[in-house]
Design a protein around this ligand. Structure first.
Ligand SMILES: NC(=O)c1ccc[n+]([C@@H]2O[C@H](COP(=O)([O-])OP(=O)(O)OC[C@H]3O[C@@H](n4cnc5c(N)ncnc54)[C@H](OP(=O)(O)O)[C@@H]3O)[C@@H](O)[C@H]2O)c1
Length: 520
């Protein structure tokens, strides 16, 4: 990023500073950015919380959050004191006009003290129903007026369906211009997700194969082993489709399927992603079961421990119909992808926390070798590993050592951690810095958010109209309901075991020949 994009002075205003997001993500990321010298000297964080919030307690909680969640782990006293000197608080009710008069005064005072016109980032780390009031009050207090320096960050979920997303966009654009609005999806800040752009558009190698001629199908898995934890109340009103598919999984699909942008600028990249969403074949309302499967976990076992079913989780209705698992098949109706299915699945209480994209290539058109030459026949596959390790893996067939022509799959592996030996930034670090620099490439534009909801609308409606009769339908610790297997089996395919797990389960002496890749 060019030096001229570095802001000279920044104020980062967190609405909902006492909440979980500020504690676990925002403050640790800001701490890390300051520690790594990405932030200017003239930098301030203003936390806004309830009027009853206790500042000393909030500071203690922030430090504990940084100790626990920042990339560098527990912080030294001196480093904390430095960061802490940039923090201040405004105990205030977020729906009262006086709060914004006070905030405007504080911001003006900082500008005066610094003799600068600081960038102002308004981060809405609040429940979605608070957004409208905050945006309205920011507008009334004239804090959004300066287009070049006021920015607002809106968290997911961005609405809960197409009409609420449209309403939210209207609310935001009444006060802010689109260029000031940053709809965040933290998945897009992950190194490998960004690297998908590099892999595809900085190499000639893959592009000729990246189409219906060579790719049989694509699988996108975002699996969580956690249950809902303390967020049962939120999750029970949301479910897997809204919480994960509408944002993370569809955004990954866009990066896999998009056409090459002319340049790496926010509008070019986002135009190409929006085209993919527009090209998604509408799910047929009367036949959604052929394209999608929902599930909810019951009691089961994970890592040798018994775990409760979803309906027994705190703050979840005991007769809840909320899906904790969703699998959806999409087609992208354009020249490149005609007929290639994209299978998406996500769920809670699955066997491991793993995110992976697998592009499976078609078999060779004519088999030169006799069937007995293959020790372990498997298709070529390109794997984009997102979690827990970030990397790219390529599986192809090789001759096994020995006098006979024996063929076995091998795996070429590139892992960020091994190859570059420098820790990758946390997704929130990357994205917060992008907001401060005004770079919206990795953020969702209004039309993208709406198109993603539109793609899911038939499914949301069908699932809401007909309550599931078989919930819970998968035990915790398994890969979801049986119907998810049937979804692929009807096409003669099956879900792949995520490669990271497959490798972990494969003892070293049996391991497929693995080739490590280091920077060239
Ligand atoms: N937590 C995550 O990991 C995560 C991940 C992705 C997206 N998000 C999104 O980020 C947003 C925030 O999530 P969260 O988990 O941080 O929620 P949270 O823990 O409920 O925090 C919300 C904060 O807003 C404060 N607040 C609410 N109404 C207020 C009012 N009228 N005046 C003053 N303060 C008020 C709350 O204060 P009190 O606690 O005192 O009521 C609380 O500190 C949500 O939209 C969520 O969907 C969160």
């Amino acid at each position: 990023m060019a030096a001229e994009n570095q802001p000279q002075a920044v104020v980062f205003v967190i609405f909902g500073a006492g909440g979980d997001l500020a504690w676990r993500k925002l403050i640790p990321a800001l701490y890390q950015l300051l520690a790594d010298r990405w932030l200017p000297e003239r930098f301030a964080v203003i936390g806004l919380g309830h009027a009853h919030a206790d500042e000393a307690e909030l500071r203690r909680r922030f430090r504990q959050g940084v100790d626990q969640f920042s990339r560098q782990g527990p912080v030294a006293d001196a480093a904390w004191e430095l960061f802490s000197s940039h923090l201040s608080f405004l105990a205030a009710e977020l729906d009262r006009p006086q709060t914004y008069t006070d905030l405007a005064g504080k911001l003006a005072a900082l500008d005066q003290e610094w003799d600068a016109r600081a960038q102002r980032v308004f981060y809405l780390a609040v429940p979605p129903q608070m957004i409208e009031a905050i945006v309205r009050e920011l507008g009334r207090a004239r804090l959004a007026r300066d287009r070049s320096r006021a920015r607002v960050v809106v968290e997911k979920p961005f609405g809960r369906d197409l009409s609420s997303a449209r309403a939210l966009n209207r609310t935001l654009t009444q006060v802010f211009e689109e260029s000031q609005i940053f709809r965040i999806d933290h998945y897009l800040g992950k190194e490998t997700v960004q690297n998908l752009l590099a892999l595809r558009f900085a190499n000639t190698l893959f592009e000729p194969l990246w189409n219906r001629g060579y790719i049989d199908h694509v699988q996108i898995t975002v699996a969580e082993s956690d249950g809902v934890g303390t967020r049962g109340h939120y999750y029970d009103h949301t479910g897997a489709l809204r919480d994960m598919v509408q944002n993370h999984l569809l955004q990954i699909l866009c990066l896999i399927a998009m056409e090459p942008p002319v340049s790496f600028t926010p509008e070019e990249v986002r135009n190409k992603k929006a085209e993919v969403l527009r090209a998604l074949r509408p799910l047929p309302a009367e036949q959604v079961e052929r394209f999608a499967v929902r599930g909810q976990y019951g009691a089961g076992w994970l890592e040798g421990e018994p775990v409760a079913g979803y309906r027994a989780e705190p703050r979840v209705a005991s007769d809840s119909h909320t899906e904790t698992f969703a699998a959806v098949k999409f087609y992208v109706d354009n020249w490149r992808w005609q007929g290639v299915p994209f299978y998406l699945r996500t769920g809670k209480r699955l066997p491991a926390r793993i995110s992976e994209v697998s592009l499976q290539f078609k078999p060779v058109p004519h088999q030169t070798f006799p069937p007995e030459a293959f020790l372990d026949p498997r298709p070529n596959r390109l794997i984009v590993a997102i979690q827990p390790e970030e990397g790219i893996l390529l599986r192809f067939v090789s001759k096994s050592p020995g006098p006979a022509m024996r063929l076995a799959p091998v795996l070429m592996q590139f892992y960020y951690r091994e190859a570059f030996r420098t820790p990758s930034p946390e997704a929130y670090e990357t994205l917060l810095l992008d907001v401060m620099r005004g770079d919206a490439t990795l953020f969702m534009r209004a039309d993208q958010a709406e198109a993603a909801w539109q793609a899911l609308a038939p499914l949301l409606e069908a699932w809401e109209a007909v309550k599931p009769v078989d919930f819970p339908n998968y035990p915790a610790g398994t890969w979801g309901p049986e119907a998810a297997e049937a979804l692929l089996a009807q096409d003669g395919r099956s879900w792949v075991m995520p490669t990271f797990l497959e490798c972990q389960m494969c003892p070293e002496e049996l391991a497929l020949c693995r080739v490590r890749v280091a920077p060239g």
